[in-house]
Design a binder for this molecule. Structure first.
Ligand code: SF4
Length: 1005
């Protein structure tokens, strides 16, 4: 039989916990599945949704083929995801009851690479070719960035970030998408040339090369097709065109192929090619169109007569689905952590709870919210290795050894084991570094002589310097991989972990070994590279958050599992939270990972302002009977737990009322009992409402007693008996104790006082500027790193550019009367060119892009000035005034006198332009207006931002309560700083640009 058949799986296999834990007896398969298992000859298409047992059918068919005499190594089974491949392998080994060395079960990438290695000469490849992951490719591109056609892309000081995004686009094109612009086609060619120079392939190349090989060498194709008597493919829906072309090619020589397909409710999107495997389908397999790779597509020629397909019915139990509308990202993260805490308290193992985020950066707020509740949380993903504390410690040492000016790395190496300098001593050290203009390592030397450093800190600094000196000498002499291993031993990173009696010790040691393997892989490829080159590679890869090749993450037992949406396919959990559903990208890849509970959560106000529910979310909500639940950001405190309990009990009250109501309609002997029970539940709900809203700080125990006393006055003896039998009071007191424990835990973690290092003026008052306020409101921990510790940072290209533009414009207005004339334009351009040279900008693509844009911007600035009605009267004018006990200081870039006699305050910006609407709650210009009035006695009735690169002036809205708002904010921030409240407030946008990622605990898992 050589036709493709399709069998619909219309009966559910019992769902399984992580791994294959059910006995065979429990897996009673329905007739269509049995039919698929018994199928022996010709292609067969299985169509079934998640939970219909497709993967189990593949494993059982493998077992049955072997039972009939087929050799296991002559059956190839491939899937798109590692999770599914691993489950298949485990299940087959379980069914065959023996471990097998030579199984051909794996992902497309693993198996494709094995086949190519066996036929490397025929494929025209070096026998020792490497398959590189995104991290290695990123590093290679960074090394050769000047050879890449990037002028059309905005680099904006972050070439690693840009290249990481472009690599994703390259992969998409290799998987079959159209290139978004012609420059990407050139970039792909340059990228492929660089890989070819080092005898390397990327993952997409594995399939394209295999496809070309089968196309050009039918003898090799026939050899492979006959070597594998049976070929089975799970997750057919995720295959690329090149992969399907490979299947079609092999099928010509051996039709014994079985495909498992989950249309996942997206019949329209998949049907175009899926039909190639089923009735009425045309030839749809082939190489992506529009590629100029020189590789010929393999045409699909389904010679088969095809049997009819069967409509599928959903037979497995749907999890209960809830819809959350969260006021912001933090509210969403808090709601997940709260719910996870309840689930764990009710007996759900933490690793059976999964949180799905759009990408790894979006996992930060969840990690912080889990941390607040002491819930272990593990976020998997490409860059997970770089989020491990022990790996970050090793990276910090490598970075500071390679560059002593890397202050963030030095701060981490100094404050983490084995040195463990206390934070107050780090602040002393950074003060010395600032005053003497030294890097932190040299400041350590200087600190040994300083009387400000206490003896205990001096000892720690000495131990740091000793380790630094030894490692620094070895760094020059050793190969990168040898050096990394030595460093791990010398700094004692392995030892510390061995003595920490934690269950995750082994996992941490694995993290360090992986780092060493990464160095070994790099040293193999870059035989002449120095350890410093490796550190540059490692930093770029870790910062861009891309996946190094061959790094497989170990499991994280006992922790709530965090995954990105596109990595969860093939996995199952008891409860799943899908976050960020205001953006639906990748939602179709999620499958159905939740067995009992599924929460779809969306955020109303994100980094980019207000957001609407995605179509995916809206459709799911309208298909269900559920109502959206609203979640607002809540301060961490006792009342928050009461709110959560209130919500839970509200459901119980409704249920109890419903039950009692039914019995009232058909009274029985015990109807009164149920009615009294329902009333007692309602009284408990009242109790919770009273406790949650009580004013003052009365202890929970006393407050419960007081409310119980009042309830006793209204409850009948029967209802009182119900209340006495309830465990609610014990639960509330237990929760209170837990929270107290958490508070103590956080308090125990607290650092010694940083009182002496808070930024103050001579009179002892706190000093705050507009950018301090913005910094603290954005992330209090970032404020601490920058303003309290004063950790020195090399200015970025964006910052250097901003300073240059401010200086040029100031001098342009100060130094001449010719601003409106052609001479003025020449002077402005001259000032810019001289400043550009003096500031030390070079000729990288990134710098040249800034220069080109700035030249044009200067010309437009001059034109606008000629037409401007305002006349600059002050430039860079300083202010200092008091709000309450705090000093507020700063300087205004420019103050213009307007024709009507009023004044306009102008602030130059060299970053991205904001709209007037986005400036609705702007603080900076409101503060400047207040400053003008308080410090200069000037009533400025207008304020604007001048976006220099866009040559646009955007007025900031003026509100009647602006002054009050500024004062409120200054008090709020002042209180936070004086109270040393420096909790991190992670958000994807801010953290991705943060200089302190390496030392920030919120950035590690
Ligand atoms: S990475 Fe920076 S911005 Fe993000 S939480 Fe840490 S300190 Fe704050």
């Amino acid at each position: 039989m050589d036709g493709a058949h399709s069998v619909a799986l219309d009966h559910a296999v019992p769902r399984q916990r992580t791994g294959w834990t059910l006995t065979d007896a429990a897996l009673a398969l329905a007739e269509p599945q049995e039919r698929a298992i018994r199928h022996r000859s010709g292609p067969l298409l299985l169509i079934g949704e998640a939970g219909t047992g497709k993967t189990e059918v593949l494993a059982r068919r493998f077992e049955s083929l072997v039972a009939e005499g087929a050799a296991p190594e002559r059956i190839m089974v491939m899937s798109s995801t590692r999770a599914t491949a691993e489950r298949l392998r485990q299940r087959v080994e379980q069914l065959l009851d023996r471990p097998l060395e030579e199984l051909w079960i794996g992902t497309w990438e693993q198996l494709g690479e094995r086949v190519l290695r066996e036929h490397s000469t025929a494929a025209g490849l070096d026998p020792l070719f490497d398959v590189l992951g995104p991290a290695e490719r990123l590093a290679m591109l960074l090394d050769r960035i000047d050879d890449l056609p990037l002028r059309g892309h905005e680099i904006r000081g972050n070439p690693a970030g840009l290249l990481a995004r472009l690599l994703e686009q390259i992969d998409e094109v290799k998987a079959g998408s159209e290139p978004p612009d012609p420059e990407l086609v050139d970039l792909i060619a340059a990228h492929d040339r660089i890989l070819a120079d080092t005898c390397s392939l990327d993952r997409g190349d594995v399939y394209l090369t295999l496809n070309r090989l089968f196309d050009e060498r039918p003898d090799v194709r026939a050899q492979v097709a006959h070597r594998f008597e049976y070929l089975m493919v799970d997750e057919l829906e995720d295959t690329t065109r090149a992969q399907r072309a490979i299947l079609a090619g092999l099928r010509e020589d051996n039709p014994n192929q079985l495909y498992a397909l989950d249309l996942g409710g997206d019949e329209e999107g998949v049907s175009e090619w899926a039909l190639g495997f089923s009735p009425g389908g045309g030839p749809v397999l082939g190489e992506p169109e529009g590629r100029e790779t020189g590789r010929r597509a393999h045409s699909d020629t389904p010679s088969s007569s095809l049997v009819a397909s069967v409509e599928l019915t959903r037979q497995f139990r749907e999890p209960e689905t809830k819809f959350w509308r969260c006021s912001n990202e933090r509210a969403q993260a808090q709601a997940v952590a709260r719910e996870a805490e309840h689930l764990i308290a009710q007996g759900t193992p933490p690793d059976d709870i999964c949180v799905l985020v759009e990408n790894q950066q979006r996992g930060g707020p969840v990690a912080a919210a889990m941390e607040e509740r002491g819930i272990p949380f593990h976020l998997s993903g490409p860059a997970a290795l770089f989020q491990r504390p022990e790996v970050r410690d090793a990276i910090a040492w490598l970075r500071v050894l390679a560059d002593p000016d890397d202050s963030a790395a030095a701060a981490r190496a100094l404050t983490r084991p084995p040195v463990e300098l206390r934070s107050a001593d780090l602040a002393r050290l950074t003060t010395i570094a600032r005053r003497r203009k030294l890097d932190l390592v040299s400041a350590c030397d200087a600190a040994l002589e300083s009387p400000q450093i206490p003896p205990e800190a001096r000892e720690r600094i000495q131990s740091f310097l000793k380790l630094y000196g030894t490692a620094s000498a070895a760094m020059e002499e050793r190969r990168a991989d040898v050096f990394v291993r030595r460093l791990i031993e010398a700094v004692g990173l392995r030892r510390q972990r061995l003595f920490a009696a934690q269950p995750e010790v082994a996992e941490r040691l694995l993290g360090l070994s992986r780092l060493a393997e990464l160095a070994a892989g790099w040293a193999r490829r870059e035989a002449n590279g120095s350890t410093r080159d490796f550190v540059r590679h490692l930093s770029a890869v870790a910062d861009a958050g891309v996946e190094p090749a061959g790094v497989v993450e170990p499991p994280a037992p006992g922790a709530v599992q965090g995954h990105t949406r596109n990595a969860v396919k093939g996995m199952e959990f008891e409860h799943v939270f899908v976050l960020g559903m205001e953006r639906a990208a990748g939602a179709e890849r999620i499958g159905r990972p939740g067995r009992t509970g599924l929460v779809l959560a969306r955020v109303e106000r994100g980094d980019d302002g207000e957001s609407r529910p995605s179509d995916f979310y809206a459709a799911a909500l309208s298909d269900s009977d559920a109502e959206e639940e609203a979640h607002a950001e809540e301060l961490f405190g006792p009342a928050e737990g009461l709110h959560a309990t209130y919500r839970m009990l509200r459901e119980e009250v409704l249920e109890a009322s419903w039950k009692a109501g039914r019995e009232l309609s058909e009274p029985r002997l015990d109807t009164a009992v149920d009615v009294n029970r329902a009333i007692a539940r309602y009284l408990e709900l009242l109790k919770l409402a009273a406790l949650a809203q009580r004013p003052g700080d009365e202890a929970t125990e006393e407050a419960i007693e007081a409310v119980n006393g009042l309830l006793r006055q209204v409850a009948t003896p029967e209802q009182q008996a119900e209340l006495d039998a309830s465990s609610l009071d014990a639960y509330l007191l237990g929760s209170e104790r837990e929270r107290e424990g958490r508070r103590k835990l956080i308090a125990a973690r607290q650092e010694p006082s940083l009182e002496a290092f808070l930024p103050r003026r001579g009179d002892g008052a706190l000093s705050l500027s507009a950018s301090d306020l913005d910094l603290y409101l954005t992330c209090p921990l970032k404020y601490k790193f920058r303003r309290v510790f004063g950790i020195p940072q090399e200015p970025t290209i964006n910052q250097r550019f901003g300073i240059l533009v401010h200086n040029v414009l100031e001098r342009f207005h100060k130094e001449g009367e010719d601003q409106g004339s052609e001479e003025g334009l020449r002077r402005l351009m001259g000032l810019f060119e001289a400043g550009w040279r003096r500031t030390g900008f070079g000729s990288s693509d990134d710098e040249l892009q800034f220069r080109d844009r700035a030249r044009e911007a200067m010309r437009l600035y001059w034109e606008r000035e000629r037409e401007s009605e305002g006349e600059p009267v002050w430039l860079e004018r300083k202010f200092d005034f008091r709000i309450g006990e705090h000093h507020v200081r700063g300087r205004v870039d420019r103050v213009d006198r307007l024709p009507d006699g009023g004044h306009e305050l102008i602030d130059y910006k060299t970053g991205e332009r904001k709209s007037e609407a986005a400036l609705e709650s702007d603080l900076q210009l409101s503060l400047y207006r207040l400053a003008a009035s308080e410090a200069w006695g000037l009533e400025a009735n207008a304020g604007s931002y001048y976006y220099v690169l866009d040559a646009e002036k955007v007025p900031a809205p003026v509100g009647p309560d602006d002054a009050e708002r500024v004062e409120r904010t200054v008090f709020q921030v002042g209180e936070g700083v004086l109270g040393q409240d420096f909790e991190p407030s992670p958000s994807p946008t801010v953290c991705s640009w943060c200089d302190y990622k390496l030392i920030c605990p919120a950035a590690e898992s």
